[in-house]
Design a protein around this ligand. Sequence first.
Ligand SMILES: Nc1ncnc2c1ncn2[C@@H]1O[C@H](COP(=O)(O)OP(=O)(O)O)[C@@H](O)[C@H]1O
Ligand SMILES: [Mg+2]
Length: 337
Amino acid sequence: MNLLEINNLSIQFSIDNGVKQAVNNLSLEIAEKEIFCLIGESGSGKTVTALSLIGLITGTPGVVNGQVSFENKNLFYFEEKNGVNKLNMKSEKLLTELRGKRISIVFQEPVSSLSPYYTVGEQIAESLRNMEGYKNAKRDHPLVIKILQKVRFKYPDQVAKLYPHELSGGMAQRVMIAIALVNNPQLLIADEPTTSLDATIQLEILELLKILNQELKLSILLITHDINVASHYGDRIAVMLAGEIIEIGTKFEIFFNNRNHPYTSDLINSYKLIKKPNYSEPRSSLPVDGCQYYSRCPLVQEQRINYHSCRDSKPSFINIENDHKIKCWFYAHEPHN
Ligand SMILES: Nc1ncnc2c1ncn2[C@@H]1O[C@H](COP(=O)(O)OP(=O)(O)O)[C@@H](O)[C@H]1O
Ligand SMILES: [Mg+2]
């Protein structure tokens, strides 16, 4: 069953010289107990997508549109304000109720997400106090220790007494995950949770997420720019480019079917080539009406397909298999489609 359904999500920001379309008609579903990887280069719209799900775009000049439902409940209700469709109070209320409770989020910089003035135990207890029945929980509450055990600290009593500056990056991220789990969420959003960590620690945190996914039947939206992470941990994967999902499918389809969007192929090949996970390339500077990858796409460069359609009009999703879709004119022009 689907836990989360996003339909035609669009996010725009007003900027000095016009409008920045950060997310464009994005649709995806996350099933119960699944790890869903959203992968894409920096600036492709991963973080704003995640923030919109917990109502954190509403306070900024961003305009959100589309439908989002969680546990079969609509989250997005709109109302016109100064000529702009804005999420209304009902949405704000629903999103506030879910945030940190049914949907939790952990970010890239764990240390800066913690308050420097309180111990780990105090900060976990603070989250605990938001929960029904735990209004007076203190830092030595048994659940604080239990939650630290859940994220695999061997000496939870000692960790509870530490201040954030006494934690390594990996420990701090474990603490952030612990805080995110306090209210037993159904969905954990992990936005590049290991990007700031050393390689071996990255692995520990990702393995921990996998364990929690299985142990707690927790769905995880794992946001990463690292195709290698997606290939190891994603049950299903969506590839994002310039605000759009250009390919979506099961891990098997994306990595073993040999039919990919040229951008995904480039990501996979460059990873194999350099054997180094942090792939990044300069982004094409100007948005185009057609495919956002056209200026970098080897298939276009080889003139194997219609250059003008790639540049001038957006391809729609082509169904490659059950649960595998690609937005690319190359597949639209294949004889059997
Ligand atoms: N508050 C904002 N105002 C204007 N533009 C923004 C804002 N937040 C994000 N953006 C823009 O939206 C795009 C997507 O950003 P983001 O979701 O952070 O990308 P990613 O997480 O994939 O690196 C970027 O071009 C970014 O500059
Ligand atoms: Mg981001």
